[in-house]
Write a protein that binds this ligand. Structure first.
Ligand code: PGA
Length: 250
């Protein structure tokens, strides 16, 4: 059975102590309802090591927001997958729309990042999603298809570790959520693409998360759709109570 996941992306928010405070609240109040339903926190790099310790005895998973395409070397300011592994990071976002837009990450770079993570047995949470103009032009399926190309270059064994997140860019941080039907339509399309390239069994086992203004009040409806296996949460992951409210909708 594929995993249900609610992952929180803190982005560039929270100083060290503020991050510790949220993590402590999560540890205190988190009641894993089922071993198949995962809660994952993706804080900025500076928090990873401390949160790994705080989460050690809880069921909360730890993710990073980025890693470099190379294993090590003269890349000032960058972080490698080996460094992430050394502080017990289990997941890492790849290809978030903000990284595509502000740091010009392209398919080749995203493929290299996935490879680096998979060598260290860190699960990529691969993000895809169309811009508002793509949707207006009716090109959303084509855009997603092109973004997914990165994943078809992976071996089946590697691909099985990947979590996919569909995040329409027009819904990120805007308060405008995709309707549950719009999310389901794209999630079903993504799963059909996985089935075509990797086979039915792998497609059935792939977790596909929805992201974009997901909150406790709309999560249950989104998660009720058959191909929506959880959420990637930005703003609403910055308060433990809100974030756990979304988890409880799984
Ligand atoms: P949001 O962000 O929940 O604040 O819309 C989602 C994301 O960017 O992952």
């Amino acid at each position: 059975m594929r995993k249900k996941i609610v992952a929180g992306n803190w982005k560039m928010n929270k100083n060290f102590q503020e991050g510790i405070d949220i993590a402590n609240e999560l540890v205190k109040d988190f009641n894993p309802s089922d071993s198949n339903k995962k809660l994952v926190v993706c804080p900025p790099f500076i928090h990873l090591s401390a949160l790994a310790e705080l989460f050690d005895k809880s069921e909360i998973g730890l993710g990073a927001q980025n890693c470099h395409t190379s294993g090590k070397g003269a890349f000032t300011g960058e972080i490698s997958s080996e460094m992430l592994k050394s502080v017990h990071t289990q997941y890492c976002l790849v290809g978030h729309s903000e990284r595509r837009a502000f740091f010009f990450e392209d398919n080749e770079e995203l493929y290299q990042k996935c490879k680096q993570l998979l060598v260290k047995e860190i699960q990529p949470i691969f993000c895809c999603g169309e811009l508002l103009e793509d949707r207006k032009e009716g090109e959303h399926f084509d855009v997603i298809e092109d973004q997914l190309e990165v994943l078809w270059k992976l071996s089946k064994t590697d691909f099985e570790k990947v979590v996919i997140a569909y995040e329409p860019v027009w819904a990120i941080g805007t308060g405008e959520t995709a309707t549950a039907e719009q999310a389901q339509e794209i999630h079903a399309f993504i799963r059909s693409q996985v089935a075509e390239k990797m086979g039915e069994t792998i497609a059935e086992n792939t977790s596909i998360l929805y992201g974009g203004s997901c909150k406790a009040s709309n999560a249950a409806e989104l998660f009720s759709k058959p191909d929506v296996d959880g959420g990637l949460i930005g703003g609403a992951a910055l308060k433990a109570e809100d974030f756990l409210g979304i988890y409880n909708a799984l």
